[in-house]
Design a protein around this ligand. Sequence first.
Ligand SMILES: CC(C)(COP(=O)(O)OP(=O)(O)OC[C@H]1O[C@@H](n2cnc3c(N)ncnc32)[C@H](O)[C@@H]1OP(=O)(O)O)[C@@H](O)C(=O)NCCC(=O)NCCS
Length: 407
Amino acid sequence: MPKSIYVSPENKITIRTATESDWPALQLLDSVGFGFHPSPAVSELTKALYKPEDIILAVDGDLPVGVAIEIDMEFTVPGGRQLPTRGITWVSVAPTHRRRGVLRSMFTALHAHIESTGAPLAALTASEAGIYNRFGYGPATFSEGITLDRRFARFRPEVPDNGGVSIVDVKAASTLLPEIYDRWRLLTPGAQLRPQPLWDHMFADPSEDRDGASGLFFLTHADGYIAYRHTSEGRDSIARIDEFVTITEDAHAALWRTICGLDLVTRIETRQHPADPLRLMLTDYRLARTTTRSDRLWLRIMDVPAALEAREYAADLDTVIKVEDPFLKAGGTFALQVKGGKATCAATDAEPAITMPSDVLSSLYLGEHQAKTFAAAHRLHASDPREIRNFDFAFNAEKPAILGYGF
Ligand SMILES: CC(C)(COP(=O)(O)OP(=O)(O)OC[C@H]1O[C@@H](n2cnc3c(N)ncnc32)[C@H](O)[C@@H]1OP(=O)(O)O)[C@@H](O)C(=O)NCCC(=O)NCCS
């Protein structure tokens, strides 16, 4: 990021990039914002992942009062292409300076830089869902927290029982998991390239970052893996899955069968895509109970033609969309034609058939939402209901979109 300076006239806050000497103040700001003191290992991980020039600061005099980090990322989109994406993380503003436009000032400077990189997408994960729509971001992937009473889990006879799962130690896991993850993320919309320091931190598995649970256990298959921990609640013994990654249906069934073989475990807790087939594989459809539903990845389309031409589509389409973008200048009216799964998209003067704000198009992009739902919510408008139906047919994605890791 250039050492650009943006001064907000209203609040005299200066926006600048960080330097090495800012780390202690940044760390304190982040700890206050998110309410936890990082372990030494997490502090080390942060420094391994982010360089000071990627960090944008809001300063009041000499005092940092706001921080955000811009990350170079790469996300898979429907059809399997990888798109350069600018991630944003570590967003926080000091409680002494909230609601005075500090975040807006930082985001104005940050997005000017993101525009200059030419990346077609920006991405973040949100602590609260009310903050980011106004900046053009929309929730684009979802997960459900699941709890399964393992003692009653029986698989239906149709579910294959082909084995192929190994119990491996951390040394073997550190070789096997990154390769499986990489194959998986290249096929999975919403998943992203994972930097080595994150793997190193996972396999170092510092005890102070385990939230009171055991060290990691690993189950691997040629096409998938589970990383899980043991913990307890009252008299219940729990296997808490940190990561469950599968490339094939065979690996999915084999790994579920194996983890359900942990006889001394009462419950298995995991997080999965809402359309995961687990429920349908069990004799008792109600056994896997949904405990939470969360939005995971929030996307922002920075370049509408580039992003729409990069993904694949499920049906032909010939429409004109108007994208409203009050925060940046990425909006406009675009002719969108899809033939044989490939799109062409270009600015046009034609009358729009569908109108929506940038955050709504960003939510629709990976195929996890439907335009008709946004229309019913009065957030997307069409000249003719058939336009919405055709849009939904085309934007339907073959594979569910899943965020690779939280950031
Ligand atoms: C969220 C946070 C960064 C906002 O910073 P801020 O400087 O107070 O925000 P601003 O004053 O620049 O507000 C910008 C806009 O967002 C809105 N906004 C800010 N915080 C919001 C919140 N928590 N919920 C809903 N809207 C919010 C403001 O009303 C304002 O709207 P407008 O410009 O359209 O009128 C700050 O409250 C914070 O650090 N929270 C704790 C850490 C956190 O949750 N960070 C986000 C991580 S994803």
